[in-house]
Design a protein around this ligand. Structure first.
Ligand SMILES: *Cc1c(COP(=O)(O)O)cnc(C)c1O
Length: 248
């Protein structure tokens, strides 16, 4: 008799291998359509709401980059995955509170969601104390210019949320590296419009920050459009792991 937990894990592994193959072929096709090199796009598997065992299975299938959106869930999961002897890069992609910076710098390799000067300052201080390697940071941008839903705003005079100021704060920190920008397409916007605008914002940042080349855009439903508009990182949850029980 097969141990039922082993059978379940074998079945889950096969399921994840299937969805991973489908997502990878979508990425390959999107790169071909955009005349881009496949190596220019990193897929991040967003494992939120799914157990560490799924993260370990994905890593075993060759996924090197995993993402989470809440520190409370991510910290434990990252520790479990590390305890399993699995080495991955963790991307923190969710809204980040300043009081969580100390925890996040302990496991994250990249933070995609820095959207204010105050948060950049807090994260820089936490990274300075809590890690021995520089932390890669993407500035999260609000493409519709509405700061209420999060994101720095290009051209804003707000000293805390203006994109140039947030970028300068990250770039000036000795413990952070400004790697690029991130955005989520606003509700009700065509992804083409959102990602075209993000590409423009990213280009606008480059004269001052030539190494900030990363563009984190595109999720399960719109990765092709994001790749067409230059995404270097796509963040894929449900297409890999399945529909989440709650929307978040
Ligand atoms: C959950 C999440 C994703 C993945 O979304 P899917 O639609 O499930 O692919 C990507 N980015 C962020 C910031 C997320 O919170």
């Amino acid at each position: 008799m097969t141990d039922p937990s082993v059978a379940a894990s074998t079945e889950r592994r096969a399921q994840l291998a299937g969805s991973l193959a489908r997502v990878r072929s979508r990425i390959v096709a999107a790169c071909a359509a955009a005349d881009r090199d496949r190596t220019g796009v990193t897929m991040i598997a967003v494992t939120k709401t799914y157990p560490a065992s799924d993260a370990v299975l994905l890593a075993g299938l060759g996924v090197a980059d995993l993402g989470e959106n809440r520190d409370q869930e991510a910290a434990g999961k990252a520790a479990e995955v590390a305890a399993a002897g699995v080495d991955v890069r963790w991307h923190f992609v969710g809204q980040l509170q300043r009081n969580k910076c100390r925890s996040v710098v302990g496991y994250a390799d990249v933070v995609h969601s820095v959207d204010s000067v105050r948060l950049a300052t807090a994260l820089g201080a936490a990274a300075e104390r809590g890690r021995d390697r520089v932390l890669d940071v993407l500035v999260q941008v609000s493409v519709d210019g509405d700061p209420a839903r999060g994101g720095a705003v290009a051209g804003s005079a707000d000293p805390d949320r203006g994109l140039d100021r947030v970028a300068a704060e990250v770039a000036g920190s000795g413990s952070l590296r400004l790697a690029g920008v991130m955005a989520v397409a606003p509700l009700g916007w065509e992804p083409e419009r959102a990602f075209a605008r993000l590409a423009g914002i990213a280009a606008g940042l480059r004269p001052d920050h030539p190494d900030a080349t990363a563009i984190s855009a595109g999720m399960s439903g719109d990765l092709e459009v994001a790749i067409a508009y230059g995404a270097t990182h796509v963040r894929i949850g449900s297409a890999l792991l399945g529909m989440r029980p709650t929307l978040r």
